[in-house]
Design a protein around this ligand. Structure first.
Ligand SMILES: Cc1cc2nc3c(=O)[nH]c(=O)nc-3n(C[C@H](O)[C@H](O)[C@H](O)COP(=O)(O)OP(=O)(O)OC[C@H]3O[C@@H](n4cnc5c(N)ncnc54)[C@H](O)[C@@H]3O)c2cc1C
Ligand code: HEM
Length: 412
């Protein structure tokens, strides 16, 4: 079964559209305060959501607040100006993330109630009059309905009841590569419930119980080829830095999870996948731990369509810091029409020196380009691709942090 974002033009009534148009600048100017007040309220009333569902690292950094604000502003902007592109990619990104966390339709009312209380708290009841509240209510439920519909389709496609995406698995293997990346292989523990197939580029959420009792979930891209009932993911430690504590889940996994351990994961989801049924050339561009979805794609190509043309481009500080470096090399070596270009900050035999520079290589005409890495790297690579004449529709970006849709110059 295929899933899709429902594109049947949702339409605000003319009265609601006028009100939203008139108040969008005000809401836009205050949206960061509104989302801040929203999460404060939500977690005050439902502390378990902060402890066991939301990513508290993203909360501390403010990235989830920005992503929520930007997604609502982008969606509302589209509703009052349908000449703007349909926010399909935005809805798909959120819907898949929600499905990988088991979000269900009933939770949308809870979010609604706390969000609207936050809007009144920030703007005041004299501004949020009944007509204003009704117009924004319509915006909220149009977006919520589109997400609920997509998430329902994703649960049906996965063959599970809404939200029932969690599985206990056994860690059957762990290897630590030269760059200090831990690669975990997991297998089903529940008899009769094999782990599902997945698409190249998809991820799972991994849940761990931390020392203070919180159950925190993080996403990890799958790095193996499907077919043997196993799932494999690679985790890089997030070290402490000035003003930033060490990453909670990555360090917990590194320090405490070894072969034989049980782990909670969710079924695979993720909208940024590679279509294996065409022979369009691929360009895979990554930096740092952004190599993981690319290794997953290469594994699929090696297993399914080894003749597909693919250019692999990766940038890192030094070869020793490059996650899954040997695996990337071995896989590209096994694909007859693959090439590998590496950029390291220090001069290294067989690699370019310095930062990734796309003017140093010829990209295959008509290629679909996949990008993954830290935000700064993504911005630079995207600008270089645009300068090279690659249309935005052929640039697909995976981000390991919540997407700020308003900061994107060319949405994936
Ligand atoms: C689709 C997707 C796929 C991914 N795939 C991979 C993958 O294949 N491999 C991989 O290693 N990662 C992957 N990630 C990233 C992964 O999900 C985690 O984000 C990563 O492991 C860090 O989690 P953590 O719990 O260790 O860090 P967190 O504890 O969440 O911390 C994250 C950052 O927030 C900062 N922070 C936390 N609290 C505060 C505070 N109070 N003040 C200031 N700063 C703070 C931390 O210092 C750190 O820099 C992926 C993410 C997504 C969304
Ligand atoms: C219309 C309503 C909603 C909107 C617009 C919305 C929007 C978003 C956005 C933009 C993201 C970030 C996606 C990314 O990774 O780029 C996100 C993630 C998330 N959402 Fe929603 N959401 C809505 C409803 C809900 C509901 C009902 C819940 C359940 C309580 C929920 C829980 C979450 C969680 C747990 C995450 C991951 C947070 C993180 O990793 O930091 N959302 N949502």
């Amino acid at each position: 079964m295929t899933t899709s974002v429902h594109r049947g033009a949702p339409e605000l009534s003319p009265v609601h559209a006028d009100t939203v148009r008139a108040t969008l600048p005000l809401i836009g100017a205050n949206i960061d305060r509104i989302t801040g007040a929203f999460y404060t309220r939500l977690f005050e009333h439902h502390p378990a959501l902060r402890r066991d569902l939301f990513n508290r690292g993203n909360q501390a950094q403010g990235s989830q607040q920005r992503a929520l604000a930007a997604s609502i502003a982008t969606f509302a902007g589209y509703l009052v100006d349908p000449d703007l592109p349909h926010p399909t990619a935005l809805l798909a990104r959120i819907g898949h993330k929600h499905a990988s966390l088991g979000i269900t339709a009933d939770q949308y009312q809870v979010v609604h109630d706390n969000l609207f209380a936050a809007i009144v708290e920030v703007l005041g009841a004299e501004v949020v009059t009944e007509p204003v509240a009704a117009a924004w209510d319509a915006v909220y439920w149009m977006m919520a309905d589109a997400l609920i519909d997509l998430e329902k389709q994703l649960y049906v496609a996965a063959g599970v009841e809404p939200g029932a995406v969690f599985r206990q698995v056994t860690v059957t293997g762990r290897t630590d590569d030269a760059a200090g990346t831990a690669v975990f292989t997991v297998a089903a523990t529940d008899a009769g419930r094999p782990l599902p197939e997945f698409l190249p580029g998809q991820y799972i959420s991994v849940g761990v119980r931390l020392a203070d009792g919180a159950r925190q979930l993080r996403q990890y891209s799958l790095v193996n080829a499907p077919g043997d009932g196993l799932l494999e993911f690679a985790v890089k430690r997030v070290p402490a830095a000035p003003g930033c504590p060490a990453g909670e889940v990555s360090n917990h996994l590194h320090d405490t999870v070894f072969a034989g351990a049980e782990l909670e994961i969710t079924l695979p989801f993720g909208d940024l996948t590679v279509d294996l049924d065409t022979d369009t050339p691929l360009v895979l561009i990554s930096a740092g731990i952004g190599s993981t979805p690319m290794v997953g794609v290469l594994e699929h190509l090696a297993a399914r369509t080894p003749d597909r043309p693919v250019q692999v481009l990766h940038a890192d500080a030094v070869p020793g810091a490059h996650p899954l470096r040997d695996r990337m090399r071995v896989l590209t070596g096994r694909l007859p029409n693959a090439s590998l270009d590496l950029w390291y900050a220090e001069p290294t035999p067989g690699a370019h020196t310095g930062r990734l520079d796309l003017t140093e290589i010829a990209l295959a005409p008509g290629a679909e380009v996949y990008l993954c890495g830290a935000t700064g790297f993504l911005d630079t690579a995207r600008a270089q691709l645009t300068a090279a004449g690659i249309p935005a529709a052929r640039i697909h970006v995976e981000q390991f942090t919540p997407t700020d849709w308003q900061a994107l110059t060319c949405p994936a």
